[in-house]
Design a binder for this molecule. Structure first.
Ligand SMILES: *[C@@H]1O[C@H](CO)[C@@H](O)[C@H](O)[C@H]1NC(C)=O
Ligand SMILES: *[C@@H]1O[C@H](CO)[C@@H](O)[C@H](O)[C@H]1NC(C)=O
Ligand SMILES: *[C@@H]1O[C@H](CO)[C@@H](O)[C@H](O)[C@H]1NC(C)=O
Ligand SMILES: *[C@@H]1O[C@H](CO)[C@@H](O)[C@H](O)[C@H]1NC(C)=O
Ligand SMILES: *[C@@H]1O[C@H](CO)[C@@H](O)[C@H](O)[C@H]1NC(C)=O
Ligand SMILES: *[C@@H]1O[C@H](CO)[C@@H](O)[C@H](O)[C@H]1NC(C)=O
Length: 259
């Protein structure tokens, strides 16, 4: 009796182990999907494309593919302002770094300007302005300025002939256009020297020369964001069905909403 009892227990255990390992394999499927969009040939875990099967990647890392361009949308999240859609230039899975390009910038036109409010410090999970490995900052802020008077400072880069001074009109006095590199914590608004920041962009840290045409071409290279992988995030974010709905993010443990 005793022996037979322990046999059936063994059988049940074996059955449970088998069942569990199947479930676990099904889960591991998320790491076994590769998608491709335009120049980004290898979109794999934790990243996924919007129309990939549900089990691919992780919903927090969903990208979209529009006209063969891979797009990251950085939406509202709590108090974080809407940043906009960015073109994904590269995904580095070893360093966990994305390189992004603002869609307003045009390589052949140095009068083209970034369109989005840049994700300088305020970023929703899992994105970071720091390199997740070294904790060093990845990008520097570029401020587009309008000044009432000409400014002669090595920190201010004249944007002519790409962006010109505006002519005097009845309603608007003449203004002068500059960009200033950093500091990253400078706020949009009134500066000294009668200048106002109208726009911010992010530039890769390794590029800088005091010429606007050079800065524009550096902006065309894009800026980088660090990415934390699911196992590096707080538990509440790593459930499969996380949704960053405005204004309250939700967790759906077993489903991917909208997928
Ligand atoms: C991914 O899944 C396919 C089919 O299920 C299998 O043939 C392949 O070996 C898997 N690749 C990896 C890296 O697990
Ligand atoms: C795609 O990226 C994954 C994750 O880093 C890697 O394991 C795989 O070898 C890559 N495949 C190709 C074809 O580059
Ligand atoms: C996207 O690229 C594929 C292969 O390179 C091509 O066949 C397709 O026509 C392209 N689609 C668009 C919308 O450009
Ligand atoms: C260059 O960009 C500016 C600003 O977006 C735009 O007004 C102008 O039409 C563009 N020029 C060309 C040739 O595309
Ligand atoms: C700007 O300042 C530098 C030195 O501070 C001076 O040599 C130069 O002439 C000034 N340029 C203008 C246009 O005032
Ligand atoms: C800026 O001024 C230069 C020289 O006057 C002119 O060639 C150029 O087209 C102007 N650029 C814009 C964007 O207005």
């Amino acid at each position: 009796m005793e022996i037979s009892g322990s046999r059936s227990l063994t059988f049940i255990l074996a059955f449970l182990l088998c069942f569990c390992s199947e479930t676990c394999n099904a889960k591991d499927d998320s790491t076994n999907c590769t998608s491709s969009c335009g120049n980004i040939r290898n979109i794999s875990y934790p990243f996924r494309l919007k129309h990939d099967p549900k089990h691919c990647g992780h919903i927090l890392y969903t990208l979209s593919c529009e006209n063969n361009i891979t797009i990251l949308d950085l939406p509202y999240y709590g108090d974080i302002p809407y940043s906009g859609k960015y073109y994904v230039q590269t995904i580095n899975y070893n360093n966990k770094i994305l390189r992004l390009l603002d869609p307003g910038l045009d390589n052949n036109n140095c009068s083209s300007m970034p369109r989005n409010f840049p994700p300088a410090n305020l970023l929703r999970d899992p994105y970071r302005s720091y390199n997740p490995t070294t904790n060093l900052r990845l990008s520097t802020s570029i401020f587009y300025l309008r000044c009432r008077n000409p400014v002669n400072s090595s920190l201010y880069v004249d944007t002519a002939p790409c962006l010109n001074s505006t002519a005097t009109s009845l309603i608007q006095p003449k203004s002068y256009s500059y960009v200033k590199v950093g500091p990253n914590d400078m706020k949009v608004g009134e500066l000294n020297e009668g200048c106002r920041a109208e726009r911010i962009a992010l530039m890769h840290l390794k590029y800088y020369k005091p010429s606007y045409e050079y800065i524009h071409s550096a902006l065309m290279y894009g800026f980088e964001l660090g990415v934390n992988w699911p196992d590096e995030l707080p538990d509440k974010l790593t459930c499969k069905g996380y949704s960053s709905d405005i204004p309250h993010p939700k967790c759906f443990p077993n489903t991917i909403p909208g997928a």
